[in-house]
Ligand binder design. Structure first.
Ligand code: PGA
Length: 256
């Protein structure tokens, strides 16, 4: 049985004090690991401060990116060893903002995924189509191609150690959430790809998160879909109460 994972992607938001305040609030709400897995991914400069706040609680730490090589002469980058050293369990890879604004390709995401897995981090690998691609009826092809190339060359045990996030680009930060049916269609497709490339046992194991304007009031219907195993949450993860609402929605479905 897959557990839900609710991961907060704070992006380039909050300052140090606000990061610690939010982390403190979440650690107080979730002092121990529960049925729903919870993670926060603060800006890298605040990873250490957030780690102090959530240490020992049910809230795990994640980074928003990493470089595939290192340590070494890679000015401005962070490597897997550093993320582990600072207490990260997760690392988001191939977020659409990194793909579109920083020029990350599937090949780069693939290198990072291999490096993160080799180090023992859990990559949250993002895929998702643009509005143009959806309107042109290319959603299935785009997501399949990102899956094939971003996740190339992984054996079954490596694949079992990562999380996939389907994030339609048109739904990110726009308030335009995918309908539960739209999300489920892509999630089911991704799980079929896993079953075809590996086997149905592996496919049943891998968590596939939905991301894009998830809020406490739409979380239930999205998370109730058979193949939606959690959420990667941007805006609504910046406040303890809205993030808590999404976690509660997951936990309620899990107990029913
Ligand atoms: P959003 O962002 O929840 O603000 O739409 C999601 C994401 O980019 O991970």
């Amino acid at each position: 049985m897959r557990k839900y994972l609710i991961a907060g992607n704070w992006k380039m938001n909050l300052d140090r004090a606000a990061s610690v305040q939010l982390a403190d609030a979440l650690a107080a709400l979730y002092p121990a690991a529960g049925e729903t897995e919870i993670a926060v991914c603060p800006p890298s400069v605040y990873l250490d401060a957030v780690r102090q706040a959530v240490r020992g609680s049910g809230v795990k730490l994640g980074a928003q990116n990493m470089y595939h090589l290192g340590p070494g002469a890679f000015t401005g980058e962070l490597c897997s060893d550093m993320l582990l050293d600072i207490g990260c369990r997760y690392v988001i890879l191939g977020h659409s903002e990194r793909r579109s604004l920083m020029g990350e390709t599937d090949a780069m995401v693939n290198e990072k995924t291999h490096a993160a897995l080799a180090a023992g981090l859990i990559p949250i690998v993002c895929v998702g189509e643009s509005l143009e691609q959806r309107e042109a009826g290319q959603t299935g092809d785009v997501v399949r191609s990102q899956f094939e190339h971003s996740l190339a060359g992984l054996d079954e045990s490596q694949m079992a150690g990562l999380v996939i996030a389907y994030e339609p680009v048109w739904a990110i930060g726009t308030g335009k959430v995918a309908t539960p049916e739209q999300a489920e269609e892509v999630h089911a497709d991704l799980r079929n790809l896993l079953a075809t490339r590996y086997n149905s046992g592996l496919a049943e194991q891998v968590q596939i998160l939905y991301g894009g304007s998830v809020k406490s009031d739409n979380a239930s219907e999205l998370l109730s879909q058979a193949n939606v195993d959690g959420a990667l949450v941007g805006g609504a993860s910046l406040k303890a109460d809205s993030f808590q609402g999404i976690i509660q929605a997951a936990s309620q479905i899990a107990v029913n």
